[in-house]
Design a binder for this molecule. Structure first.
Ligand code: SF4
Length: 359
């Protein structure tokens, strides 16, 4: 059995690569945007790009049905480029990080307009597209075009941090992890390599309780040799997230419709449909309702965004006004998660006009 390398320079890179690729050949996850490992079948760069954008900050099981719906509705990048902004934003609802949906559309339109609907096949060409960052460019270059690009997502960072027992805490360790990951790249099967390392991180080298006994590179792993691989990547203590409070107003018209508003393009949930709501601040909310009505308290919902957590009080009423009146079932599908939660609570509350309600 090979010994754990005392330093990165001593790692038997060929042995590590062979072990990971052999493992991948037998254990690759079957995903709708992939070709089988080792296959020469053409990969559709549109599907790879779309999946990578969806998978940023989203799990595979959560992204899969979205991917299937998107590709059924917009089978090519040119179809997506022709989509209405509102239709795409509604289809994206629930995936979060809505700036990505706007970037998705900008990128699809640039590919359709400037590249005749064909994605550039190099990392540099991909990077020049609007909304395509270093990670996505590397992932599409490797997976769709078999370019030896250094694809480093959270799964890969974890495997590399453990393999080399990197002691630098995150996020300062990121450049070091990227450099170490680059040591493992070769011209042989670069697309499979990128996916193999991601799969290894996702299914074996899991954040909690890594399955070291099943790991193809356990004999090389310095993290495992320490006896506490889970400690890597070393974390920096997180500052507590700020907490904000606000109100979501659920105004119903008595004909099965609810009042929605289109949010401003810039800012949080920009361009999405939402319930009327005011400013979210760190004190108790004190804002005027969006219309005169008999408003009732319907409790509150909690939501956690990347940079803050939120308690949203829900108030319900029957009424009218100048809003985007939307059938309730349709609104539940189209709203981003925070507003969907608030609407569900509002719809579940006692209807002020139902017989038997307190005046
Ligand atoms: S041996 Fe364990 S810690 Fe090391 S890469 Fe494999 S699963 Fe991760």
């Amino acid at each position: 059995m090979p010994a754990v390398a005392p330093s990165p320079a001593d790692l038997d890179v060929s042995a590590v690569r062979a072990a990971v690729l052999d493992w991948y050949d037998a254990n690759a996850r079957v995903l709708p945007w992939r070709r089988p490992p080792g296959s020469d079948a053409a990969v559709d760069p549109y599907r790879v790009w779309l999946s990578e954008v969806m998978l940023q900050q989203t799990t595979v099981p959560h992204a899969k049905p979205y991917f299937e719906r998107f590709t059924a509705r917009w089978p090519t990048v040119s179809d997506l480029a022709a989509a209405e902004d509102g239709a795409l934003m509604a289809a994206w609802a629930g995936l979060g990080y809505y700036a990505r949906a706007r970037n998705l559309l900008a990128c699809a339109r640039a590919v359709a307009r400037d590249h005749a609907g064909v994605f550039p096949d190099t990392e540099a060409g991909l990077l020049a597209l609007p909304g395509v960052g270093a990670y996505t460019a590397a992932a599409v270059a490797a997976i769709a075009f078999d370019r030896p690009a250094n694809v480093v997502d959270g799964n890969v960072e974890r495997v590399v941090a453990r393999l080399f027992a990197v002691e630098t805490p995150m996020p300062a360790a990121k450049p070091e992890l990227k450099r170490l990951a680059a040591m493992l790249i070769a011209d042989d099967r670069p697309g499979d390599w990128a996916q193999a390392l991601m799969d290894l991180g996702s299914t074996i080298c899991r954040p909690k309780s890594p399955l070291c006994l099943m790991c193809p590179i356990r004999a090389h792993c310095a993290g495992r040799a320490t006896g506490d691989p889970e400690r890597y990547p070393v974390k920096t203590k997180k500052a507590a997230k700020p907490h904000r409070q606000g109100v979501a107003w659920v105004l119903r018209d008595g004909q099965g419709r609810v009042a929605l508003v289109r949010r401003p393009d810039k800012g949080l949930l920009g361009g999405m449909l939402g319930l009327p709501t005011g400013t979210w601040s760190d004190g108790p909310p004190d804002e005027a309702p969006p219309s005169v009505a008999d408003w009732r308290d319907a409790g509150a919902v909690e939501h956690v965004f990347t940079h803050f957590s939120l308690t949203l009080a829900v108030r319900v009423a029957r009424g009218e006004g100048d809003f985007d009146w939307t059938p309730e079932a349709e609104a539940l599908d189209a709203l981003p998660t925070v507003f969907r939660k608030a609407l569900e609570r509002g719809l579940g509350a006692e209807d002020p006009l139902e017989p038997g309600s307190e005046p």
